[in-house]
Design a protein around this ligand. Structure first.
Ligand code: CO8
Length: 258
């Protein structure tokens, strides 16, 4: 079954999921979020895929939840109906690495979606914001929590309380994005990063993703123990033996995901 609100293509072991609602700045509707969940699960289940990229358009990664869809709803509607469905956070259950390629606006749910990815590469034209305050609501899929962890309380409060937008440059300085690249090079640079990840052992990459994610959930001592045990466990893999052997033999490693 195809998609109406996004495109999803696999090439060179990378699944590129491109949000595509040009008339609504890629606003996150129930349909889009359902299709995104389906595309992400398909990428997770496809053995050829080693890294996932979520992108939008030059104008907008996503300008937030679909305000038209939300505007007539009551508290009972959204509370009992689980607005936008139970899969808005499906990304958190995807074990393959996910990079957000953000060009243009990443606002409200769009910024939150980007923050649910493993890291964000931003075009120099990108703008991030949590402007829900202007609509009389609060962020709903992690903005108050993840933005605060990413940029600290002062900047997070500023963003949420004033609703102002943050430039890509400020976002990089604050630690929200990992790199800023010229707008025209956004996809090339993101695909290059995804390609680098795709060359590694998937066992190692998956372990790294789990360990870094635990840093957001555990105390430091628990996280350090988790990391150390993961390090020990990887000594059981053929790829660990190959990686170290290849280094000593001054050649590129041939990983086999074992
Ligand atoms: N929802 C629905 N339609 C939208 C949205 C949106 N979030 N954003 C833009 N659009 C539509 C506009 O209505 C307009 O449609 P039309 O041409 O039919 O009038 C079209 O996209 C183009 O938009 P603009 O004319 O406004 O374009 P501008 O270049 O002037 O402005 C902006 C671009 C700055 C992005 C502006 O559109 C804007 O401010 N958008 C709303 C941003 C916002 O408030 N986002 C937060 C939404 S609330 C939220 O995300 C809560 C998340 C809670 C979790 C929910 C789970 C997903």
């Amino acid at each position: 079954m195809g998609y109406e609100t996004l495109n999803s293509e696999v090439s060179n072991h990378i699944a590129v999921i491109r949000l595509d609602r040009p008339d609504a700045m890629n606003a996150l509707s129930t349909q889009l979020l359902g299709e995104l969940a389906r595309a992400l699960r398909a990428a997770q289940d496809n053995d050829k895929v080693r890294c996932i990229v979520i992108a939008g358009s030059e104008k907008a990664f996503a300008a937030g939840a679909d305000i038209k869809e939300m505007s007539e709803k009551s508290f009972a509607d959204v509370f009992m109906g689980d607005l936008f469905g139970p899969e808005v956070d499906v990304m958190l259950r995807i074990r393959k690495p996910i990079i957000a390629a953000v060009g243009g606006y990443a606002l409200g749910g769009g910024c939150e979606l980007a923050m649910m990815c493993d890291f964000i590469i931003a075009a120099d034209t990108a703008k991030f914001g949590q402007p829900e305050v202007n609509l009389g609501v609060v962020a709903g899929i992690g903005g108050t929590q993840r933005l605060t962890r990413a940029v600290g309380k002062a900047k997070s409060m500023d963003m949420h309380l004033t609703g102002r937008f943050m430039s890509a440059e400020e976002a990089e300085r604050a630690g929200l994005v990992s790199r800023v690249v010229p707008g025209k090079k956004l996809m090339d640079e993101t695909l290059a990063a995804a390609g680098k990840i795709a060359e590694k052992s998937m066992v190692t990459v998956t372990a790294i993703k789990e360990a870094v994610n635990q840093s957001q959930e555990m105390s430091l001592s628990q996280g350090l123990l988790f990391e150390k045990r993961m390090f020990h466990a990887l000594f059981n893999t053929e790829d660990r033996a190959e990686g170290m052997k290849a280094f000593l033999e001054k050649r590129e490693p041939q990983f086999r995901d074992r």
